[in-house]
Design a binder for this molecule. Structure first.
Ligand code: ZN
Length: 198
């Protein structure tokens, strides 16, 4: 005998498949949603569908944006000759929040992970190399200090070195395995200012 209706089971299953949501949270969320007024549920569902339909990659830096070119890349006051490489759009947002970084970004959408079977071809690396044809003075590698982040940093450094472009790595003030988005702004700025050439 099924404990809940099959619709609720299906909802719990879908919610539990989201990152960071275990079975218990999924059940709690499912019952919360069922108890909401119809129009609230519809608004949430519509918001998800609209976000998915309208958000795309910036043509230059590959961050998620509503426009063809994101606001950072479109800003002519930013220094387009300095590119900071981050793993995801959340990391970009963390650096933007400091309000002190004047260059542009490149969002990889992941990191190399032999364990998870994620190779260089699975992240936006080709796209980074393509950007180096323009005038670039420095590439700052700001991937996380996890094993995957370090592996990715080494890979990028080796790839860029032959071009003669300066490659730097943010300082190790960032806690090992720490997601950049959870680190406070002072620590981020210190890591950026203390970056060293690779
Ligand atoms: Zn952009």
């Amino acid at each position: 005998m099924e404990m809940y209706s099959s619709h609720i089971n299906k909802l719990i299953e879908e919610l539990a498949a989201l990152p960071g949501i275990g079975n218990k949270s999924a059940q709690r969320l499912a019952f919360h949603l069922i108890n909401l007024p119809q129009e609230k549920v519809k608004r949430l569902a519509d918001t998800m569908v609209e976000a998915k339909a309208n958000v795309r990659y910036c043509k230059e830096c590959y961050t998620l944006t509503d426009r063809e070119i994101c606001p950072v890349c479109a800003n002519q006051n930013r220094n387009h000759r300095v590119i900071m490489v981050v793993e995801n759009t959340r990391d970009l947002a963390a650096y933007e929040k400091t309000g002190r970084y004047e260059g542009v970004y490149h969002v990889l959408h992941g990191a190399i992970s032999p364990m998870l079977g994620i190779g260089p071809g699975e992240i936006k690396l080709k796209e980074l190399i393509a950007r180096l044809k323009d005038d670039v003075d420095e590439v700052i590698i700001a991937t996380n200090s996890s094993l995957e982040g370090e592996t990715t940093a080494m890979y990028i450094s080796k790839m860029i070195k032959p071009t003669g472009i300066k490659v730097t790595r943010i300082a190790s003030g960032v806690p090992v395995g720490g997601d950049l988005e959870y680190i406070d702004e002072v620590t981020l700025l210190r890591a950026l200012e203390g970056r060293v050439e690779m």
